[in-house]
Design a protein around this ligand. Structure first.
Ligand code: SAH
Ligand code: SF4
Length: 381
């Protein structure tokens, strides 16, 4: 069951419309159907940000569109680390909520910095209700789902920023739903956003380059297997047995491994696609070699690839990353067992994995400033 979203933009978001819904609205308002495609081209091929820039769209239609839709779902608050591997964009939504979108540049060996691979990490909710013990996004609880238009808008923000820097093509290689929130808890909006990102009239971005990451919502994983757009699936496993997973991921009590693993297998078999198992290495919690042995068996049975992620420290949480020797020993067990696996070394990805921290920091600063302001006012009275 989807929870009710209390916030509703006053006008629907343009970036949440499909060609079908926009065409129907445009025709109903008395304009020719082909105008809807023209508008989509300005948004997704030219990356314009104002109605005025749509120069081949008649004035009357632009006025009608403006009265009916919100063009930009969010405004940019700040960009952190612009010259770094990881660039964090903090965006403020229509209701004041803060979310993070991250651009990660992986330098490619032997080529210049300009030719690095780029991944956009998007958020699917404001906060997260799943409360994994190691994660910054869950720290502050769950506020609401993001609308499809707010998810698409995150990608467009990065497109525009990168298009200014680079002349041709869609300026990135992958989109991952690994930012704040649990994408499968916001199923309908996430699927609609993927449809818009994938459609020829939209961003026309290949489904094989889109990854949805989940903490393991079993009914939704089974439903995913039936979706028309084919994208990649990553499972945040982080524990190879129920006792270990229970300790760090409350969702495991609802969907323990004996329910999760068959669902993942059914998905993989139905889609014929290799899935990824994400496994954060946390010192003394889940990095024992017995876990590595069991993880190898799980991965081989699912024909899955294991992505080992050395834990990224989150302020206020007590977990730490194991030392290099422990990380290597864990990885060696997987390799010896013949399980496909890699260990993340890129600095950028560590930071991205801990998406949610910048939002927390700014939110805390704003609350402190508001409190100070209120105290200041009280003192003035
Ligand atoms: N809710 C979804 C997607 C967002 S989390 C999910 O859990 O899969 C994206 C990834 O970042 C997950 O694999 C998550 O476990 C990981 N992550 C969260 N906090 C982290 C941290 N402090 N260090 C490293 N990875 C982290
Ligand atoms: Fe939510 Fe994923 Fe973080 Fe768990 S790891 S709290 S599901 S965002």
């Amino acid at each position: 069951m989807q929870k009710l979203i209390k916030f509703k933009p006053i006008k629907p978001l343009l970036t949440g419309e499909t060609l079908d819904t926009l065409t129907a609205a445009v025709v109903e308002a008395g304009f020719p159907a082909f105008r809807a495609l023209q508008v989509m081209e300005w948004v997704y091929k030219q990356y314009v940000t104002t109605w005025g820039e749509m120069v081949n769209v008649p004035k009357a239609l632009k006025e009608w569109l403006e009265s009916r839709y919100t063009f930009q779902a969010s405004s940019l608050v700040l960009v952190k680390g612009a010259s770094d591997v990881t660039e964090k964009h903090l965006l403020r939504q229509g209701d004041g909520s803060l979310i993070e979108t991250v651009l990660i540049r992986y330098p490619q060996r032997g080529v210049g910095a300009d030719e690095s691979r780029k991944t956009i990490c998007v958020s699917s909710q404001v906060g997260c209700a799943y409360g994994c013990k190691f994660c910054a996004s869950g720290l502050d609880g769950w506020k609401r789902h993001l609308f499809a238009g707010e998810i698409v808008d995150q990608v467009l923000h990065i497109c525009r920023a990168e298009a200014k820097r680079e002349a041709d093509g869609v300026p990135f290689d992958n989109i991952v739903f690994m930012g704040m929130g649990e994408p499968l808890a916001n199923y309908d909006h996430v699927m609609r956003a993927i449809t818009i990102l994938n459609a020829p009239w939209g961003l026309h971005f290949g489904g094989r380059r889109i990854t949805v990451s989940t903490s393991g919502l079993v009914p939704e994983i089974l439903k995913l297997a039936e979706e028309p757009v084919s994208f990649r699936l990553a499972i945040s496993l982080h524990g190879a047995t129920n006792p270990v997973r229970d300790k760090i991921m409350p969702v495991n009590r609802k969907y323990p491994l004996e329910m999760l693993l068959p669902a993942v297998k059914a998905f993989a078999e139905k889609r014929g696609r290799m899935i990824t198992l994400e496994y954060i290495l946390i010192d003394g919690i889940n990095d024992g070699l017995d876990q590595a042995e069991i993880l190898s068996k799980i991965a081989k049975d699912l024909h899955a690839h294991v992505n080992l992620i050395p834990y990224n420290k989150v302020e206020g949480l007590r977990w730490v990353r194991p030392n290099i020797m422990r990380q290597t020993a864990f990885h060696d067990v997987l390799k010896a067992a013949g399980a496909s696996s890699t260990i993340r070394k890129e600095k950028g990805h560590d930071i991205a994995a801990a998406c949610g921290q910048l939002r927390l920091q700014v939110q805390q600063e704003e609350t402190a400033a508001e409190k100070q302001g209120a105290e200041g006012l009280a003192a003035d009275e």
